[in-house]
Ligand binder design. Sequence first.
Ligand SMILES: [Fe+2]
Length: 314
Amino acid sequence: MQLEALHATGSVEERLGLKTHKLRKQREKILKTRLSSDSFIDRVIDKMVSSDFIMKCITWPTGIAFLGGLEAGNIVVEKHEISHAMIPEAFDGFKILHLSDHHFACMKGQVENIAKVIDGLEYDLVLITGDYMHKYYEPVSLALDELEKLYPLLKAPALTILGNHDSLDIVEGMETIGYKVLLNEAWKVSKGDASIFVAGVDDPYYFESDDIAAASDNIPKDTFSILLTHSPENYIEAEHQGFDFLLAGHTHGGQFCLPGGYAPLHHGRCPRSMNKGLWRYGELTGYTSRGCGTVSIAARLNCKPEVAVHCLTK
Ligand SMILES: [Fe+2]
C-alpha cells in the first residue's frame, strides 16, 4: 500500500490557508484570554455552573462516577462491513481501524486500554477523528505524550484530523511523531494501480474552520472517497461534494445513556440518528464513533467506549 499527499507541503499556516488559519487562531485566543482575564469571582461562578462541575455533583454522590469509571475503561471493538460499487477490486477486504475522541488528560491508562483491544486486530490503515486534548487551553504535551505512546502500537499508517478540543499547536508535534494531520487536505491510498481517497477537514464545531470543497479539490470524480470530520454536522455538504463514506466522532454517543443506549443529551448539531454508529444520508454512508475516551469526568453509562474496524467490501 502506498500513500501520496494531494496537497502542497509547508507550514500549518500555508496548508490551512492564511485566512482560515488566522480565524482559527483568533478563536483559540479569545477562548483562552476570556478565561485568564475574568476576575476570580467570575471564574468561580463559571466553574460552579460549568457542565464539569454539575456532572460531578450528580455522579459522585449517586455512585454513577464509580460505576461509570469502570465502564469508561472497558473499550469494545465494533466491526462493520462497508459495501460500495466504487470500491476497487484491490480494496475488497481492506480494513480501517477508526479511533476517536481520546481526550487523554481526562482519564489515565487509556493507551493501555486501547493496546489490549487492538493487539489482536488486523487492519490496513488507521483513521483518527480528533479530540486528543481534554481542554483546548491545556499544554499540548499532555496529549502528545500519550499519542507518542500510542503510535508504535499501531500496525498501519495513521491519517488524522483535529477536533474542537485541539489547538493548532499540536499539529507539529503529531507530525514529528509520525501521524499525518489533514488540514482540509486529502491523501491518495493506492494498491498497485487501484486507489481510494481520504480527505480530512479541520474542526466544524467550535472553530468552524472546515473546508470540504478545499479538502476534495484534488480528488478525481468516480472514485471511492472517505471524509474525516470531527463532528458529523457537515453531512449535507459532504454528500453534495460526492463523498461516499464519512467518519466522525465528537458526540461520545451521549456518554451517559439510559439503559438501552438512549442518550438524553447529545452534542452533535445533527439528527439523533447520527449520534452514534452507522447511518445513511442520500448517497452518503456515515459512521459516528462513541470514541475511546471521556470528557468532563472519567465515566460513561450504558455507552461503552469503542474502537471500530470498517471492512470495505466490493
Ligand atoms: Fe469534540
